[in-house]
Design a protein around this ligand. Structure first.
Ligand code: ADP
Ligand code: MG
Length: 707
């Protein structure tokens, strides 16, 4: 099927499986439609009578698309989406036939058994009930796959007592927080027309594609998503010939299929290209409101994986599938926009706009500086530890890249209190506050910065490729809401608006200048410089986790109703648990592979080598020093590997027996991971010596260059 050329009009299929605004407008009674729109606008709860009508129409529409089941589609703290399918059928009638039904109650509320989802102690096991509630700001959709067609209803997931057990709930709360504070801010600047401010998000998704048959021969990839052994191929990414290179036919056919699926689901898949590493690619959609973007990104990840199977491929979303080769991330592009189309991060043309922009910008600087630890934590996942701070993709230190022009304006503000010109432009006849006009980032792009201003948005580049983008956006929305709130508090109390704004810009620019860095974020000098500036450098997830429930974080999140202390504590617990569990699985996979595949293969090789030495000896008097040398070398490496394997078995058992929590996570990071490296090192050397036909799994070269 992958070769059948099929052409279609994107505009015709786009969103065909989405219960979107135009479908609702067409199918719902006018009053019901208006009620729903009002609910969405005001973030209120839907009444049951309205929900009944919507549910009925939604069901009719879904059945026309072939749907037999519906599911509340939610994002528990496992990092992936969860769903429980119910069919539409009701109990058979007397005539033996069934009716298809779907009530308003079933639409707006579900009660999945929550006991097997992580809750970090929030929900005692005896109280297994959890609730899913429809997020009517993210449209329902019909997913068609091998399981048939299913009506998916994006939902939030809470405990019996209302605590968030998912990614969506805090995200919606944080969107409310920034909406409120941003509106307050723009009102002060005289905006009377905008009714809502929404964070917009465009996540760029990186991924690897490998041949599925080869993938299945790599138990490490199957069990953990990354290779736990593997010597570097003779060629890596040093030639830079993959990045933006021509997309091969097999991959192109796959991408075509992915796009079609996504378009049908209303996901605006926009750009695709090859990435830096061999077999690495990227997909970016057009940005959308934060909660829709987060849902869409989950759909992108699911679709990338699902479609790969049809093409005999396997999609690897892990942050570091291959050691020594660039990993994968997700650039979280973020801006704040009003319902009437004003982007608050747009530098603007007039001094009046500039002054509002400069205040917004310096508020972001302040937010990022004060909460750098939280932002870093929001990008922490187990796989991402292999990227952040490991000489690639962004470093683990948070800093902000502004570009030459903006940085210059800030420097002028800090040193003289006024900025009278901007680089590469003549001095402007300024209005109120002698502020210059801006150009969109006129200077070179900085690719090493974890948080870069790119014209009219910020690009947070730390997020891991398989992680949800919810948490980074929860943090961004909330910390910026806090900075806006504090700025508004100050301005509202002062008599002279212009003076107050000017003072704040100068104050924020001065106090938080240390977070601005335009240089090379990968360099060793930056690590030292950042330490001098007092910026946190958390090189592992375990180091980052405590940021979540410091007093500073609790105060922030409680103030804006995003997380309670209990919710934060539970997330901390879950993260430590997740860390230990994932490393535990990796360690056990290594033990399995080394014990059952690698060591037996090496022994076979040794045996054949020894036999051949004996055969040569028996036959003639030839020089057998090479064979003997090899025999010694391989035997030594084998014994080194065996020692490390025994130790790994020990420490893994020790780790698994520990009480869950920080101490256990630290043990896995410091002891278990180190022992894993001790095992990998001799094994990778062995791979370079042992006969390729005897090596029990495909090599890095096979995986990356033969897709
Ligand atoms: P790059 O040059 O980094 O590839 P693009 O312009 O292609 O940047 O955008 C990358 C992502 O950022 C896309 O998903 C795009 O839709 C998104 N994006 C563009 N403008 C905004 C914005 N104002 N707010 C949020 N995301 C945006
Ligand atoms: Mg980008």
């Amino acid at each position: 099927m992958e070769n059948s050329m099929e052409y279609y009009n994107v505009a015709e299929i786009f969103g065909e499986n989405v219960f979107n605004d135009s479908v609702m407008q067409e199918r719902l009674p006018k009053k019901v439609y208006q009620k729903l729109k009002q609910t969405i606008r005001e973030g209120k709860e839907l009444d049951l009578a309205t929900a009944d009508v919507i549910a009925h129409e939604m069901k009719e529409w879904a059945i026309e698309k072939g749907a037999t089941h519906y599911t509340h589609w939610f994002q528990p703290l496992t990092g992936v989406t969860a769903e429980k399918h119910d069919s539409f059928i009701t109990a058979p009638m007397e005539n033996g036939k069934v009716l298809m039904s779907f009530s308003g109650k079933e639409l707006i509320k579900g009660e999945p058994d929550a006991s097997s989802f992580p809750s970090g102690g929030l929900r005692a096991t005896f109280e297994a009930r959890g609730y899913t509630a429809w997020d009517c700001t993210s449209p329902a959709f019909v997913r068609q796959d091998a399981a048939g067609a299913t009506l998916c209803i994006p939902t939030a997931f809470c405990s019996y007592t209302g605590e968030a057990l998912d990614q969506k709930t805090p995200l919606l709360r944080s969107m409310e927080a920034i909406n409120k504070q941003a509106l307050r801010l723009i009102r002060l600047f005289g905006n009377t027309t905008s009714k809502r401010v929404t964070p917009s998000v465009g996540p760029e998704q990186e991924y690897f594609l490998v041949d599925r048959a080869k993938y299945l021969k790599r138990k490490d990839l199957v069990f953990t998503g990354r290779t736990l052994f593997g010597a570097m191929p003779p060629k890596g990414q040093e030639m830079d010939d993959h990045y933006f290179g021509i997309i091969r036919e097999r991959i192109a056919a796959y991408m075509r299929d992915v796009n079609k699926e996504l378009w049908k689901l209303g996901v605006s898949s926009k750009t695709q290209h090859n990435e830096a590493a061999p077999a690495q690619h990227e997909l970016a959609p057009i940005y959308a409101s934060a909660n829709v973007a987060v849902d869409h990104n989950q759909m992108v990840m699911e679709t990338l994986k699902k479609v790969a199977g049809r093409h005999g491929l396997q999609c690897l979303l892990h942050e570091k599938p291959f050691a020594g080769v660039n990993g994968s991330g997700k650039h979280d592009n973020w801006s704040i926009t009003t319902d009437d189309g004003i982007n608050l991060l747009e530098p603007g043309k007039s001094p009046h706009e500039n002054i509002q922009f400069l205040l917004v910008l310096t508020c972001v600087l302040k937010a990022v500086d004060i909460h750098a630890d939280l932002l870093r934590e929001s990008a922490a996942d187990v796989g991402n530890d292999h990227r952040l701070g490991a000489n690639e993709a962004p470093p683990a230190i948070i800093s902000v890249y502004l570009g030459e022009q903006l940085e210059d304006v800030l420097t002028q503000l800090v040193s003289t209190g006024e900025a009278t010109h901007s680089i590469k432009r003549s001095v402007l006849e300024t209005g109120v506050k002698t502020l210059p006009d801006f150009m969109k980032d006129a200077t070179d792009r900085n690719r090493t910065s974890p948080f870069a201003f790119t014209g009219n948005k910020f690009e947070f580049r730390m997020v891991g490729s398989q992680d949800s983008v919810a948490q980074p956006n929860v943090v961004l929305n909330t910390i910026v809401a806090e900075a806006f709130a504090e700025a508004c508090d100050y301005i509202e109390q002062s008599e002279d608006f212009d003076r107050a704004v000017h003072d704040l810009i100068k104050k924020y620019a001065t106090e938080h200048q240390r977070i601005v860095f335009n240089g090379n974020g990968y360099s060793e000098e930056w690590v030292e410089e950042a330490a001098r500036r007092g910026l946190p450098n958390m090189t592992s997830m375990v180091d980052a986790i405590p940021a979540l429930n410091t007093e500073k974080a609790v105060k922030l999140f409680e103030k804006f109703g995003v997380f309670t202390r209990a919710e934060l504590d539970s997330r901390v617990e879950i993260e430590y648990e997740t860390y230990a569990k994932e490393i535990n699985i990796e360690a056990k996979a290594m033990i399995d592979i080394a014990g059952k595949q690698i060591i037996p293969a090496v022994i076979k090789y040794i045996t054949s080598l020894a036999n051949s030495i004996n055969a040569v000896k028996a036959a003639c008097d030839a020089d057998i020093s090479v064979q003997t040398e090899l025999l010694v070398e391989v035997s030594d490496l084998l014994s080194e590997a065996k020692v490390a394997l025994s130790k790994l078995i020990d420490v893994t058992e020790q780790g698994a027996a520990m009480k869950q929590g920080r101490e256990q996570a630290v043990f896995y990071r410091d002891v278990v991971m180190e022992t894993m490296t001790a095992l990998r090192t001799p094994v990778d050397k062995l791979e370079m010596i042992v006969d390729k036909d005897m090596w029990p799994m495909p090599s890095y070269g096979d995986l990356m260059f033969e897709v």
